[in-house]
Design a protein around this ligand. Structure first.
Ligand code: PMV
Length: 371
């Protein structure tokens, strides 16, 4: 009889943090120095798609293809850790239930593709490891909740644990040394705030120069500002951001998002040697968003003095919020009603090369390619 085929294909989206993860307290287990919170973008546009397949025992050794090119599994300790964790869990399940097919010891074939530039600060490791984790979770029928499965993705790339959920997702840093409580939880689902959009402004799709692993390590070793951030700033912002999301309060969401991006980049500047992730175009986009918001925001105090409606219900009028990860590309979060206007401004101030396919709009993940 033909052997059953054990193969699974899934896809996973990227996520972009609004409260940033930056710093590890345990590099082997990928345990962070602070909690973080992100928005998972729509799968329709930026995604990884991964197939995992068990092959016959005599086809010894696991193999991986990334975007069609074979990569060395031996060279990636993180990848080996994810595979080892998944196999350990499958082995335990097989020991508990002898009726399960013996898959844990079979070699794996893994094919993964991204439909966007890899390692360019567009969170390709997040969607990639989230996708691999979910594919293995399904292939091995692991008895884990999504949060529990997110611990496997975390070992591959910290931010990946947040892509196991859609919507608004917190990665709770946890307290334990073994990482059992360091995992992702959903703060609100993808339908909670339907008119929230993300615009990705691709300033450069070159590979970044200081990788996040190296950058974090240097920051943990030398930045004094990071200590302040870990001890008091992030715990407070996690509470405020969670409340802002639950209340769909875009003003607070925007203020916190921009403040946290600013502090993340300040912390990078506070290391020695300093790390610069943003470039002149990134900074010009910050000035543009700031000037644009200034046309509309009214300070809460002024609204009160003018006798406007109750302050709690008074919109301060933010139109857009920027955030930057470990690279020069901007992500703007904004209510859908302002997307057309903001893309118009971006294309006016940063005219794209004539041939570029720019300013394409695609719902909670639009992009404009800048020079
Ligand atoms: O998961 P990593 O190692 O790629 O680190 C990601 C770090 C940031 O993107 C800068 C912030 C974040 O929380 O995603």
């Amino acid at each position: 009889a033909a052997a059953a085929v054990h193969e699974v294909t899934c896809s996973a989206p990227v996520n972009i943090a609004v409260i940033k993860y930056w710093g590890k307290r345990d590099t082997a287990l990928v345990l962070p120095t602070n909690s973080s919170l992100s928005v998972t973008l729509s799968q329709d546009h930026l995604r990884s798609t991964t197939t995992v397949r068990c092959v016959a025992a005599d086809e010894a050794g696991d193999r991986l293809w990334l975007n069609g090119k074979e990569e060395s599994i031996a060279a990636s300790k993180r990848l080996r850790n994810v595979l080892a964790d998944a196999r350990r869990l499958r082995r335990a399940a097989e020991a508990a239930d002898p009726a399960l097919p013996a898959l844990a010891e079979l070699p794996l074939r893994i094919c993964s593709v991204n439909n966007f530039p890899t390692a360019a600060g567009l969170a390709s490791s997040a969607s990639g490891f989230a996708c691999l984790t979910y594919a293995l979770h399904t292939l091995y029928s692991l008895p884990l909740s999504v949060s529990e499965a997110s611990r496997l993705a975390r070992v591959g790339s910290g931010s990946a644990c947040r892509s196991l959920f859609g919507g608004f997702v917190a990665w709770e840093m946890g307290q334990r040394d073994d990482g059992a409580d360091s995992m992702a939880v959903q703060v609100a689902s993808e339908t909670h705030w339907p008119d929230m959009e993300a615009l990705i402004l691709v300033v450069s799709d070159a590979r970044k120069d200081t990788g996040s692993t190296e950058g974090m390590q240097q920051t943990v070793e030398t930045s004094t500002l990071l200590r302040e951030r870990i001890a008091s700033v992030v715990p407070r912002r996690m509470r405020q951001m969670t409340a802002a999301i639950h209340a769909r309060d875009f003003d607070s969401f925007a203020e916190l998002t921009m403040a946290d991006s600013n502090q993340f980049h300040a912390v990078c500047l506070d290391t020695y040697p300093p790390i610069f992730y943003m470039n002149d175009i990134s900074r010009a986009i910050i000035r543009l968003v700031t000037a644009y918001n200034r046309l509309f925001i009214k300070p809460v105090a002024a609204a009160d003095a003018a006798g406007d409606s109750a302050p709690a219900a008074t919109s301060r009028g933010y139109r857009a919020a920027y955030t930057y990860d470990a690279g020069p590309n901007a992500v703007l979060y904004l209510p859908r009603e302002h997307v057309t206007e903001v893309l118009g401004l971006v294309n006016h101030f940063f005219p794209p090369p004539a041939a570029a396919d720019h300013a394409e709009y695609f719902g909670r993940a639009a992009s404009a390619f800048l020079p």
